[in-house]
Design a protein around this ligand. Structure first.
Ligand code: PLP
Length: 454
């Protein structure tokens, strides 16, 4: 038996409440705060709060803690690097960790062409740099992005983001010449949701609609795509879709930018989600899981694209030596077993969720690759009307039982545990979700009975 999950005092306990009160008094009003989890420490896939409650984590600090909490090899690498020097500025000076990480990422990136790497502090900074690089390299201005996309929050990156209107509200005008097109969301596709096969309607919408009526393809610098849409609802496009985008880009000299900030670094069972399709993007973006929680990201560009001249872009902290050490240790672990674990545990998780779908008719679709699994909830399987309340209740209820979950999109549960989870963790999470859905089902049946009687 493991010593987690374990609720010793209903969260938030007294110590947690104290921190929450202080936080609410002093932190900026823009934070969301999903639930009152106040972390004291973590180990593997377990997070302990300040009152001694132990949670099983199936969201990994939003798909970041890839090697779990406090992996000894990552912690040792961080301590060793911190002992030597905390900073020197990789934009201006040299150190081995930066050269080693850039070489490693360049070699790991999909495809055979030589790459060059720019290190960032975050996914947003990677997106922002990629917008600049794509424009610089092509001398074109237009950018295509997808509905439901999330690429970050700085003014450029948020202009590509199309996830929630409140992320744009009050911040305009945003970047001009950004064009959003439908993503390959089979479950809700306007062209092929009811068809047996994808009809490529969303690819045609780019080439036969947008490029014919609205936008000259030769003005387009780049198409930014999440190979599996993350914040938008863990949406896996049908096979051939990424290849189709690659072909469109090739026909018009457009750069394909794969935002693998959420899907990369082994989460899908391969190093990059693009690897499942054998597609080589011109620019690949990574962050989140790369440093196991240390802030680091990267723009990995084909050498032929990485034409920006010395001094045209930079970052004071990007590629910080301690973060480089964490990333190198993370990549070792991901290559030496965690990627394979994501395949086996991901299959177990998906199969388990599919059997829950047989019992709970609020589950509309289970989808995912490796340990990037989405479960979309609906009010009615026939109409596919989204059921955001079910996800909201499930996430809150699970927290009170000792399971950390997170939603995505309108009504999807995202399952993105640390890549170190084992059978116990997966089966425990499935059992807890099952119980929580059973409670929600009983409550909603009771409520509709009351409604009928009154
Ligand atoms: N791109 C994708 C696909 C993301 O999921 C995110 C964050 O959720 C970002 C970019 C932004 O990354 P960050 O929050 O590190 O700035």
């Amino acid at each position: 038996m493991r010593d987690y999950p374990r609720i010793v005092v209903p969260p938030p306990g007294p110590r947690a409440q104290e921190v929450v009160r202080r936080d609410e008094a002093w932190t900026s009003s823009c934070y969301i705060k999903e639930y009152p989890l106040v972390v004291a420490r973590g180990r593997g896939p377990m997070v302990e709060d300040v009152d001694g409650n132990r949670f099983l984590d199936f969201m990994a600090g939003i798909a970041v803690c890839s090697t779990g909490y406090g992996h000894p090899k990552v912690v040792a690498a961080v301590k060793d690097a911190a002992d030597r020097f905390l900073h020197i500025c990789g934009s201006d000076f040299y150190y081995e960790g930066m050269a080693a990480l850039c070489e490693r990422l360049a070699r790991l990136a999909p495809g055979s062409s030589k790459k060059r790497v720019f290190l960032t502090n975050s996914g947003t900074e990677a997106t922002e740099g990629a917008i600049k690089l794509a424009r610089y390299a092509t001398r074109r201005t237009a950018i295509i992005a997808f509905r439901g996309a999330f690429h970050g929050r700085s003014t450029g990156a948020v202009s590509l983001t199309s996830s929630k209107a409140r992320q744009h509200a009050g911040f305009g005008p945003l970047l001009p010449d950004v064009h959003h097109v439908p993503f390959a969301y089979r479950y809700r596709c306007q062209w092929c949701a009811t068809e047996a096969q994808c009809t490529r309607g969303c690819l045609d919408a780019i080439e036969k609609e947008l490029f014919v009526r609205h936008l000259d393809p030769h003005d387009v610098a780049a198409i930014f795509v999440e190979p599996i849409q993350g914040e938008g609802g863990y949406i896996v496009p049908p096979p051939g879709y990424l290849r189709g985008l690659r072909d469109i880009c090739d026909r018009y000299g457009i750069l394909l930018v794969a935002d693998e900030v959420q899907s990369g670094v082994g989460r899908t069972g391969k190093m990059w989600a693009c690897d499942h399709e054998g597609v080589e993007p011109d620019i690949l973006l990574t962050a989140k899981g790369l440093g196991s929680g240390m802030p680091i990201g990267a723009i990995v560009a084909k050498e032929s694209v990485s034409t920006w001249e010395s001094g045209s872009h930079g970052s004071t902290f990007g590629g910080n030596p301690v973060c480089c050490a964490a990333a190198l240790a993370t990549l070792d672990l991901v290559e030496d077993g965690l990627m394979a674990n994501a395949v086996t545990m991901g299959a177990r998780l998906r199969t388990g969720m599919e059997s829950l779908a047989a019992r709970h008719d609020c589950i509309g679709e289970v989808r995912g690759v490796g340990l990037m699994v989405g479960v979309e909830f609906v009010k009615d399987r026939r109409t596919r009307e989204p059921a955001p309340d079910v996800v909201g209740k499930l996430v809150q209820g699970a927290f009170h039982r000792g399971l950390l979950l997170l939603g995505a999109g309108k009504s999807t549960l995202r399952l993105a545990p640390p890549l170190v989870v084992d059978e116990y963790d997966v089966d425990t999470a499935l059992g807890m979700i099952d119980e929580e859905l059973a409670v929600a089902g009983r409550e909603s049946r009771a409520a509709s009975l009351v409604g009928q009687q009154s």
